[in-house]
Design a protein around this ligand. Structure first.
Ligand SMILES: [Zn+2]
Length: 160
């Protein structure tokens, strides 16, 4: 019994020590892995409010035959449905890859407070352009960058 309690306590403390950004990025990575397993370009996204995930999605371009079905587009739709609202001003979105300009613009329209992404996209990432995010949105890239980019590199390695 005592060892069980010690074990539970350790899990609890580990939870406190885990960086929340890494915790949620890891959740997005699990979705990216799911996309990988379904032969979709492996990108995942979660939307969080008050440390709670309210939307989770991965890329669905192949399955839906829809070039706009990026992970973050799906997640934004889910989160807006969750709130029955068109703005998400108290939310943070975690995406395993730097959003493209389409998705950055969707993040603009949704007025999301914070954007955290993993790997940088040197070709299509929005940071290559002048700031197109909503003025109040803050962003940070490079969270769990190596894990996020390894999954994408592995995917395309298998394609060539
Ligand atoms: Zn996109």
């Amino acid at each position: 019994m005592f060892s069980y309690l010690v074990f539970e306590f350790r899990i609890f403390i580990m939870g406190l020590l885990t960086n929340p950004d890494e915790y949620f990025m890891n959740e997005a990575l699990k979705l990216a892995q799911k996309a990988f397993d379904e032969d979709e370009v492996p990108i995942g996204a979660v939307i969080v409010i008050d440390n709670q995930i309210i939307a989770k999605a991965h890329n669905l371009v192949e399955r839906l035959h829809d070039p706009t079905a990026h992970a973050e587009m799906q997640a934004i739709t889910q989160a807006c449905n969750y709130f029955s609202a068109k703005y998400l001003p108290d939310c943070t979105i975690y995406i395993t890859l730097e959003p493209c300009t389409m998705c950055a613009t969707a993040i603009f329209w949704a007025q999301i407070a914070k954007l955290i992404f993993g790997a940088y996209d040197d070709k299509l990432g929005f940071t290559k352009h002048k700031n197109i995010l909503y003025p109040k949105t803050i962003y940070e890239g490079g969270v769990m960058e190596s894990e996020c980019s390894a999954l994408i590199k592995n995917f395309f390695k298998g394609k060539r």
